[in-house]
Ligand binder design. Structure first.
Ligand SMILES: [Zn+2]
Length: 131
């Protein structure tokens, strides 16, 4: 089920990715559509995406012969995105109504970003990739 965060209403039948009043059914904090998702689904999808992005960045850095420490910035960005998603989730929770249904997705994504960012950072430090 899609949810319009501006109307704070469920959108059972989105038209071209928009709500009946013409708002785009996306949210910059979720970096994607505002479709209802369980905590687990959001968590694993985000975790997978974070790892793919990190590996892709590390591969590009290796190809360009740049120090792999630059990959640390990506991890910091992931943690920052996670924190922003967490705060957005808390805001939706306080706001209540239809947007509260997006809270599991926002928190799932937030926890995955923070864990992936922090975990990969710790791993990078342990392997001496990030200094
Ligand atoms: Zn709307």
């Amino acid at each position: 089920m899609y949810i319009c965060t501006r109307c704070n209403q469920l959108v059972p039948g989105p038209v071209k990715g928009k709500c009946p009043r013409g708002h785009l059914l996306t949210d910059p904090h979720l970096l994607s559509g505002t479709r209802e998702q369980s905590f687990g689904e959001a968590f694993f999808k985000t975790l997978g995406a974070c790892i793919v992005i990190f590996l892709a960045t590390a591969a590009v850095l290796a190809l360009l012969k740049k120090p792999s420490s630059s990959a640390g910035y990506i991890l910091v960005a992931m943690i920052a995105i996670g924190i922003l998603a967490l705060f957005r989730g808390l805001k939706w929770k306080r706001q209540g109504g239809a947007v509260a249904r997006l809270v599991p997705r926002a928190t799932g994504m937030a926890v995955a970003c923070i864990l992936a960012g922090g975990g990969l950072f710790a791993l990078g430090m342990a392997l001496n990739l990030i200094r």
